[in-house]
Design a protein around this ligand. Sequence first.
Ligand code: NAD
Length: 282
Amino acid sequence: MVARAQAEESLETDGRGDGVELGLNGKRALVTASSRGIGKACALEFAREGADVVICARGTDALAATRDAIAGETGRKVVAVTTDLSFGAQIEELIERTRSELGGLDILVTNAGGPPSGQFMDFDDEAWMKAVSLNLMSVVRLNRAAIPMMREAGGGAIVNLTSISVKEPIKGLVLSNSIRAGVVGLSKTLASELGPDGIRVNVVCPGYTATDRMTELMTARAEREGKSYDDIAAGFYGSVPLGTFGEPADIARMVAFLASDAANYVTGVTVQVDGGAVRGLL
Ligand code: NAD
């Protein structure tokens, strides 16, 4: 297969560093929802490895600051495109900007803001449809728009970010527990359909990761359960075998690996990066 042969060649010839060679140098990546948190860490990781990157988020100021920080540290091209991922038309504009700024696409990482926390009876149809738009349809639309560019490039890698909720439902997160499972079904299906095109599709599931989202979730749970924030945090820490939250960079390294030529025989997997939090066998 052409893409696999190319990947092997780039691993052999692109001799940067002494560790595992990722072969990301010169690649073109789109990482969505990336002004902060896990998405930002992924964009930074790709740029550090020599990729040019398009980032996006709803606002402009934080996004521009992130663009400047990553470009300043890495010297790579970093393009910021204000985008609300709940809307298909804005995703189309994002993809068009990606094509015009990077000239094509090798890597897509789909990330989005998380759905609100709460229990089943808390949410009406409108809340469900909002969460479907943001956490399932954005993945559908981004994958669909990226695939033609990857076919043009002779192959590519997609990493769809979800949550450990796809392996073990999380208390008080019914929207995430339900809707993100669809991303796993989609990704596994695409891995089969797109293998012949040299396009790999994998899923990364962050566990409890030290970001603003985690702080917001723990604050909401403390209010809901009438407990202190510290008690709630201690409960989360206690549930992780490695005894601490992950850092966004921990997730980003797995994403970069799966998107890289070093993982050129890996497709259709759903991998958690969670300090051991998921207790199931798979
Ligand atoms: P975060 O709140 O730190 O960052 C979220 C990013 O998404 C920001 O850049 C924000 O601007 C952007 N964003 C939000 N809504 C958007 C929209 N409609 N359109 C475009 N961009 C949007 O969150 P995080 O902790 O980095 O989490 C990222 C994703 O990973 C979320 O879906 C979250 O639920 C999921 N996740 C997080 C954890 C965790 O512990 N932090 C664990 C599992 C899954």
